[in-house]
Design a protein around this ligand. Structure first.
Ligand code: HEC
Ligand code: HEC
Ligand code: HEC
Ligand code: HEC
Length: 111
């Protein structure tokens, strides 16, 4: 019976690993515009997860994998900052720490 239990535990670990991979099939997400001055950003969601080693919760900081705009609106709302500011804060803070790009044109580029 020990063997069955081991298989069961392996199965559990595997399902956790698979569940953690339930991100959108589109590897590139076109981010919601927060203004009209720059071209839309094509954000490589999959590369951030698979290649740059960032974790879901580094970005989806409430633990819910929802759109940022479901909480962060066009304008500040008491302690909840507006979408444009939190995008800049989150993207650039991590890039500062992990040597990601910081030049405007690296994120805001024409394709
Ligand atoms: C690490 C990525 C990143 C960098 C670097 C960055 N931005 Fe952004 N920026 C974003 C994201 C994400 C948004 C929100 C999505 C959007 O509105 O396109 C945004 C939004 C904006 C907006 C509002 C949208 C618009 O089109 O008017 C402006 C203006 C802007 N950024 C200017 C800048 C300037 C100027 C710099 C350089 C000093 C800069 N950004 C650097 C990621 C970045
Ligand atoms: C480097 C930051 C980052 C990481 C890491 C990350 N995401 Fe995302 N994710 C985003 C951004 C930004 C969006 C676009 C949000 C928006 O449009 O408001 C997004 C969108 C999503 C969406 C679509 C939400 C919707 O309703 O359209 C899902 C689901 C999701 N991510 C799941 C995950 C999962 C699961 C992981 C971990 C395996 C993960 N993400 C890792 C930043 C990230
Ligand atoms: C379920 C609601 C919810 C979602 C979804 C959400 N946030 Fe937030 N976020 C909050 C709340 C509430 C705060 C303010 C309280 C706090 O700091 O925890 C916050 C704070 C932040 C801050 C810190 C701002 C500061 O300096 O105080 C950043 C950066 C941020 N969010 C980025 C994002 C990004 C980027 C996404 C999408 C990938 C996102 N958030 C999705 C609710 C949400
Ligand atoms: C939790 C950390 C983290 C967050 C948050 C993050 N990034 Fe990155 N990003 C990285 C790392 C690490 C790299 C790769 C640096 C290298 O090795 O060149 C990178 C690379 C990039 C690149 C260049 C390579 C490519 O894929 O095109 C762009 C553009 C980029 N990020 C945009 C964004 C935008 C836009 C956001 C916010 C929506 C964001 N990143 C949020 C960590 C992060």
């Amino acid at each position: 019976m020990k063997k069955n239990r081991l298989i069961f535990i392996l199965f559990l670990l595997l399902s956790v690993a698979i569940t953690d991979r339930l991100y959108p099939k589109d590897e590139i997400i076109i981010l919601e515009k927060t203004g009209h001055r720059k071209p839309p950003i094509k954000f490589n969601h999959q590369a951030h997860i698979d290649t740059y080693g960032t974790k879901c919760a580094d970005c989806h900081h409430t633990g819910e994998n929802k759109k940022c705009s479901s909480c962060h609106l066009k304008k500040d709302q008491s302690e909840i900052l507006k979408l444009k500011d939190v995008f800049h804060e989150q993207c650039r803070n991590c890039h500062k720490k992990k040597n990601g790009p910081l030049a405007c044109s690296r994120c805001h580029k024409k394709y």
